[in-house]
Design a binder for this molecule. Structure first.
Ligand code: KG4
Ligand code: ZN
Length: 334
């Protein structure tokens, strides 16, 4: 068996995940254990609890990933792990597990950037063509990334306040929806039979930056006013108006970047890339303008280790290995 098998581990937030990826492309296994149920009662991720849960699950999840892939440690070419960004206590659990395995099995060790992982999730299912623009939208990130070639990243725009997913989760909380609220708002907006128009934060005309905290405040103020006046408010209409504003700004800026940078493709990445409204509206606009749009399957959009294995393969090709004293970097830049 000559394939390059990478065992990848991801524990940057609230999913304990491990996967085995062959040749950067074939998913031999992809195991994700979500802590959502645990954190739901607190309305968001509690970092200390997340770390403890990772410690409890990591060994079992790694065992599952190896078992499902039907490989043993001897069949591996490297062990990869998310180095950052993320919650430091959570990252440390994955790092220590990966280091231990790499050390014991005498395998190369590869630290991976979480966002590179989200982006390269697309490589598991598509052929990427450069230059391209990636729109990274998750609970912690909102970035427009220009990729001149494979492995090169230039952030041309990012959020100045809340990440998109964060705004989704905060708005959902205000509407008394469970954490994480993104998928609930998505569903409500999709089923809505009306809307409430909300402002768009375009920022300066030449800026690729984003801002979502004003939109979130607008939602809260509509809710408060309805409460004070005792008027009926259809939450689905509010969800629709919120999502409409988000999608409008995201797609407008992403498409502008594609044109300005002469990109051959537009890539969606990150948890919010699972948003059905965003996928549909962006698909329609891209088709209109003849721009190929790629996005990962739903299960590869939210945090998983397969994407970390895909990103690690690039480093494996260049034999860019990390040393065993690699540190967790909660604010690692791309
Ligand atoms: O990538 P991810 O799993 O974790 C981070 O790296 O942050 O993204 C999680 C975020 C959460 O904020 C969640 O509400 C959001 O992605 N999300 C969605 C949808 N599915 C997940 N937001 C909007 N619509 C969805 N369908
Ligand atoms: Zn993520």
């Amino acid at each position: 068996n000559n394939s390059v098998n990478i065992l990848a581990i991801e524990t940057s937030c609230d999913e304990t995940a491990a996967a085995v990826i062959a040749d950067g492309k074939v998913i031999l296994s992809n195991v994700v254990s979500s802590q959502i149920k645990t954190h739901q009662q607190y309305g968001g991720v509690v970092p200390e609890i997340a770390s403890r849960k990772h410690v409890e699950s990591i060994t079992y999840i790694v065992e599952q990933a190896l078992e499902k892939a039907n490989v043993s440690l001897q069949d591996l070419s490297a062990v990869a792990v998310t180095q950052g960004p993320g919650l430091v206590g959570s990252l440390l659990v994955g790092l220590v597990a990966a280091k231990g395995l790499a050390c014991a099995a005498e395998l190369p060790f590869i630290g991976v950037h979480h966002i590179a992982g989200h982006i390269y999730a697309n490589e598991l299912e598509h052929t990427l063509q450069y230059p391209l623009i990636a729109l990274v939208v998750s609970g912690g990130h909102t970035e427009l990334v220009y990729m001149k070639e494979r492995g090169s990243f230039e952030i041309i725009g990012q959020t100045r306040d809340d990440a998109v997913g964060e705004a989704y989760d905060k708005v959902a909380r205000a509407l008394s929806l469970p954490y994480p609220g993104g998928p609930h708002i998505d569903r409500m907006a999709g089923d809505a039979d009306g809307t409430i128009h909300l402002p768009r934060a375009w920022l300066e005309p030449d800026s690729y930056d984003f801002s979502f905290s004003g939109l979130k405040s607008a939602v809260l103020s509509v809710l408060n006013q309805a409460k004070m006046k005792g008027t009926d408010l259809n939450p689905a209409h509010l969800a629709h108006g919120f999502q409409d504003s988000v999608i409008d700004v995201l797609s407008e800026k992403a498409l502008k970047a594609v044109r300005q940078y002469g990109a051959k493709q537009l890539l969606l990445a990150g948890g919010v890339a699972a948003n059905r409204g965003l996928r549909q509206q962006l698909s329609a606009k891209c088709e209109e303008q003849g721009i190929p749009l790629l996005y990962p399957s739903m299960s590869l959009c939210t945090d998983n280790a397969a994407m970390i294995g895909a990103a690690a393969f690039l480093k494996w090709e260049k034999q860019q290995f990390s040393s065993l004293d690699l540190k967790a970097e909660p604010l690692l830049s791309l």
